[in-house]
Ligand binder design. Sequence first.
Ligand SMILES: Nc1ncnc2c1ncn2[C@@H]1O[C@H](COP(=O)(O)OP(=O)(O)O)[C@@H](O)[C@H]1O
Ligand SMILES: Nc1ncnc2c1ncn2[C@H]1C[C@H](O)[C@@H](COP(=O)(O)O)O1
Length: 223
Amino acid sequence: MEKIEHQLAPNSLITLAGTVGVGKSTLTNTLSDALGFKPAFESVQGNPYLEDYYQDFKQWSFHLQMYFLAERFKQQKRMHEEGLGYVQDRSIYEDVGIFARLQYDQGNMTDRDFTTYHSLFEAMVMNPYFPKPDVLIYIDGSLESIMSRIEERGRQMEIDTPLEYWQDLYTRYKSWIADFKECPVLHLDIDHYDCNDPASIAEIVRALEELQASKDKSYVKLT
Ligand SMILES: Nc1ncnc2c1ncn2[C@@H]1O[C@H](COP(=O)(O)OP(=O)(O)O)[C@@H](O)[C@H]1O
Ligand SMILES: Nc1ncnc2c1ncn2[C@H]1C[C@H](O)[C@@H](COP(=O)(O)O)O1
């Protein structure tokens, strides 16, 4: 993707959110190229707990959440220190608000483990020193399309996971984003943009500029 001229601050943090397989990594690549920002990915290869987690939620949920919390916190610190523009593939807020909560509600995290995790998250993240994204891009789509993408991408551990897990995540994302207040939100639908079309990416860039510049708007949906 060719670079698009823009008015975003050079040290902006644009964070992508959305359920597994919806297209965050793909848009992170395209948008970081277009903006001339650095991409910041979450790493699946090299995650020491992820395969085990999908095999046995009860045994590994707490370990995986602690691992993700540490990794995302370190990533945030690196980005802050470098002071560059970043497009980040998934926010730290989804870990606690979606994944940890789901496993706690399903009885796969005990009260004491969830309390320990939650209080650490609050201490590390929910304070004035932890930088919030300038804009969070929330990507949504039909569950059917998202399931096809998970199949097509071919991570076996995800393909082998029962549909109920993906349905539960999908429903939780809808209510999580409705209550999300940490920063302005740009709401995209997967049927609305095309990563191979510069005009479509330019429309997203213009909406990001609008949200960053506006004192009144904290939510824009591209339809
Ligand atoms: N805009 C798009 N149009 C068509 N396919 C897409 C699009 N975005 C992502 N995909 C495909 O969907 C799958 C999941 O995308 P990915 O970016 O890895 O999702 P996530 O990072 O949200 O898990 C990949 O196979 C990817 O090629
Ligand atoms: N906090 C998390 N808990 C459980 N699983 C998680 C968490 N964050 C990411 N994941 C999983 C979901 C996917 O299998 C991979 C990568 O996520 P993706 O949405 O494909 O970028 O990690």
